[in-house]
Write a protein of this length. Sequence first.
Length: 321
Amino acid sequence: MPRHSSLARLLQVSVGTQVAIAALWGAWRWPVSPLQAVLGILLIALLGPIVLAIEVALSAAVNRADARVPAASAGQLLHAWWTESVHLFATFWWRQPFRWRAVDDHLDARCAGRTGIVLVHGFMCNRGFWNSWMRRLRAQGNAFVAVNLEPVFGSIDAYAPIVEQAVQRIEQLTGRPPLLVCHSMGGLAARAWWRAHGTGRKVAGLVTIGSPHGGTWLGRFSHSRNGHQMRLQGEWLRELAHDEVRQPLPAMTCWYSNCDNIVFPAATSMLEHADNRFIAGEPHVALAFHPQVLEGCLVLLDRLDRACQGESVTGPALENS
């Protein structure tokens, strides 16, 4: 497990600053007007959900012009905003800044012979994003490594060696190629890894969750290197797709939603030759924790293990993977 996380430190400063500003405002205004004090604190606390509301509205407007994905209803959009607001505080105020080392990588020798997982987070995240996944995988007896993609605002290509190291650790322990499960930009990092290291390699599969394979409308507002690479139909994405013609991607499953507030138009999360799986009404972070996504990956792991052992495998889960 990585010893340091620049993203964790950045989020710690962010959370601490917001809490300090709220406390100072409350202490300053309370003697004058308790109402002003409370309203100011609420405004500071709700800045994140306000931004999320704007993102959800933008995604709805952009997605309406795309007939490939069902338009979201008002109820779905409201659900998406509320759900993502809850995940905002749980993920960016707690797990990633303060609990990113709470669950260690699981590399127990008893996992040998079973398919392991490499967990790859997205933009402005770290391995703490996957805490609930890691606990579940540990309980299931599957080996896993959760990476930290750094530098936080660097090129996506620079993450390929990090993913490669994790893949090697799983292969050395289990004796089998791993399954890569990636959220958001993590899916692009996995594709960049495949371009750099995939020649002659085997992998059990690649699962992406809300990954901007075709870029995202919001990418136009980013000035970071990796954010620029995620612009809609940008040069980096076109080059990546061109390279995959001569070195096709492994079997892929792409989860996407019509309420993704970060990656939209929603169809940009699909790939032409992948098993594209739609979940209605789920926002960007919450999509990674939807029961259908998690259970689908666990069933896929079970199918891969049984197939390796020569058992007959039937069932509906991720048939095309």
